[in-house]
Design a protein around this ligand. Structure first.
Ligand SMILES: [Zn+2]
Length: 137
């Protein structure tokens, strides 16, 4: 029996079982109860600057590590192939640094998205111009 179970759900149930990852892929989020047993709900959004989940029939992995610096337990662990590997507790300083890093990553991601959009719009409008040019000739 693996240490951590996983289920794929459409919506996150209101009552969660311990040691279970709820994968809500439609909303790009994974929810579980803190592995230390404190039963706090841990929400990990999925995305390029956030977490990524991989799974097969029997195992699940969530990357990067889950640092619950905002919870009273301050637990910190990896979930790799349904195994919980513990890391030292998160200190307040690390938590502050993590927040700053998250913000930076998200801003960088937004900037990348924006650039991608601008490129797309530029390409489309160029194509549109050339199509119109072709018609007028
Ligand atoms: Zn905990």
């Amino acid at each position: 029996m693996p240490a951590v179970d996983h289920v794929i759900v459409d919506t996150i149930p209101s009552v969660l079982k311990p040691r279970t990852l709820y994968l809500c892929l439609e909303h790009d989020v994974v929810v579980h109860l803190c592995m230390c047993g404190c039963s706090a709900k841990v929400v990990t959004p999925l995305g390029p600057a956030e977490w990524s989940v991989s799974y097969d029939e029997n195992t699940v992995s969530l990357r990067p590590s889950i640092g619950n610096g905002a919870l009273a337990c301050r637990s910190h662990y990896w979930i790799t192939r349904s195994d919980v590997r513990w890391l030292p507790q998160i200190t307040e300083r690390e938590q502050r640094r993590a927040y700053a890093r998250d913000e930076r990553d998200l801003l960088a991601q937004l900037e990348r998205d924006r650039r991608w959009w601008r490129r797309l719009v530029a390409q489309l409008s160029k194509r549109w111009r050339s199509v119109r040019g072709g018609w007028s000739r």
